[in-house]
Design a protein around this ligand. Structure first.
Ligand code: G3D
Ligand code: MG
Length: 338
């Protein structure tokens, strides 16, 4: 099969132009993870060709999952995050996958439409159908998030006394309600149809305290349940400043695993993290097997604040996050004063 490589290059060039400085690299890979074409972005983050090498090492394992999960061979997409990068995988016909590498703090909402469009065009190039490599400017109404993102980035770097930006993670067994808690707390979750099974969702939320004249900006990382392979989990847990340990009060094993697994694993990955302990699903009164006293005893042992919540009814969900924010402020102020 002969591919119009010139057209593919031109298309990638257009794609790069559409995404602007958030783009670190774009790759077209086949189903075995082999790079068929690539382009480096123009921002200062796109240092050199080494990125492509590093990226392809990451792409390979994710790609095999995608191939398994996206049986359709059409335009399924997935996101995947590491410490430094944000990946968007977009199927491009049966042959190829378009891999977009963005800055880790970039929003994906604005990128998705372009990625879909580019992937569709690439699939046409691969089938030898006629297609223009030009990617039109799309009007995406996302309410000034371009500017907002710049602000976020600046704040991540400059954590000033009254503006905090902290990575928040959730630890706990599958199905205890971590994702439900986050969704309860963050109203405007980007509800896209990408398969969350392979990635991490990143959401932002501010928590303001009038009395303290303080705002805590959380960057909440929610690791999708099935993405439990160790490599991902370590980078997920690392460099976090805030964390919620969650167990399900109707599931004793999930409670025991807090002490046995989650607490130590998180402390190892992020030694300076501020944690709270949460017993979730208290609405299921009949099925409850872990008592409040047991929860409190564990929290005393681990020296953590304890709360009981229901992501279903919303009970105490806001308070859990606010409690965490308060503890962070407290810790931050203490550190400042030393
Ligand atoms: P996880 O992210 O920790 O893996 P999820 O957990 O948030 O995906 O939740 C797992 C299941 O528990 C979901 O049910 C969810 O609706 C349910 N759940 C979460 N929190 C609560 C709660 O407080 N009360 C009750 N009753 N259920 C809860 P499904 O059926 O969708 O898998
Ligand atoms: Mg989840």
């Amino acid at each position: 099969m002969s591919i119009d490589t010139k057209k593919l290059k031109a298309l990638l060039q257009w794609y790069k132009q559409s995404l602007g400085e958030d783009l670190i690299a774009v790759l077209v890979v086949n189903r075995d993870g082999l790079i068929m074409d690539s382009l480096i972005g123009s921002s200062e983050n796109s240092l050199n060709e080494e990125i492509i090498g590093g990226v392809s090492a990451l792409v390979e394992p994710v790609l095999s999952r995608i191939t398994e999960e996206f049986s359709s061979g059409s335009f399924g997409t997935g996101t995947f995050d590491t410490e430094d990068y944000r990946f968007i995988f977009c199927e491009s016909g049966p042959e190829a996958v378009l891999v977009t590498v963005l800055d880790s703090l970039s929003g994906v909402d604005e990128v998705f439409p372009y990625a879909y469009l580019a992937a569709e065009k690439i699939s046409r190039i691969f089938d030898g159908r006629t297609v223009s490599p030009v990617i039109p400017k799309l009007v995406i109404n996302s309410g000034g998030s371009q500017i907002q993102r710049k602000v976020d980035r600046v704040q991540q770097v400059k954590v000033k006394s009254k503006e905090y930006a902290f990575k928040l993670i959730l630890g706990g067994d599958g199905a205890v309600g971590k994702t439900s808690m986050v969704h309860r707390y963050v109203e405007n979750v980007f509800a896209k149809d990408y398969k969350s099974t392979i990635g991490t969702s990143i959401m932002k939320k501010e928590c303001s305290f009038k009395e303290l004249e303080s705002t805590v900006r959380f960057v909440i990382w929610d690791l999708a349940g099935q993405a439990q392979f160790k490599r991902v989990r370590m980078s997920y847990l690392a460099n976090a400043e805030a964390g919620i340990l969650v167990y399900d009060v109707t599931n004793r094993e999930s409670f025991e695993n807090i002490d046995i697994n989650w607490y130590s694993e998180i402390m190892k990955a992020s030694p300076n993290i501020v944690l709270i302990l949460v017993g979730n699903k208290i609405d299921l009164k009949e099925e409850r097997v872990v008592s409040t006293e047991e929860g409190e005893a564990l929290s005393q042992k681990l020296k953590l604040t304890y709360l009981e919540t229901s992501a279903k009814t919303g009970e105490n969900i806001n308070d859990a996050f606010r409690m965490l924010a308060l503890q962070i402020i407290k810790k931050y102020i203490e550190t400042q004063e030393v």
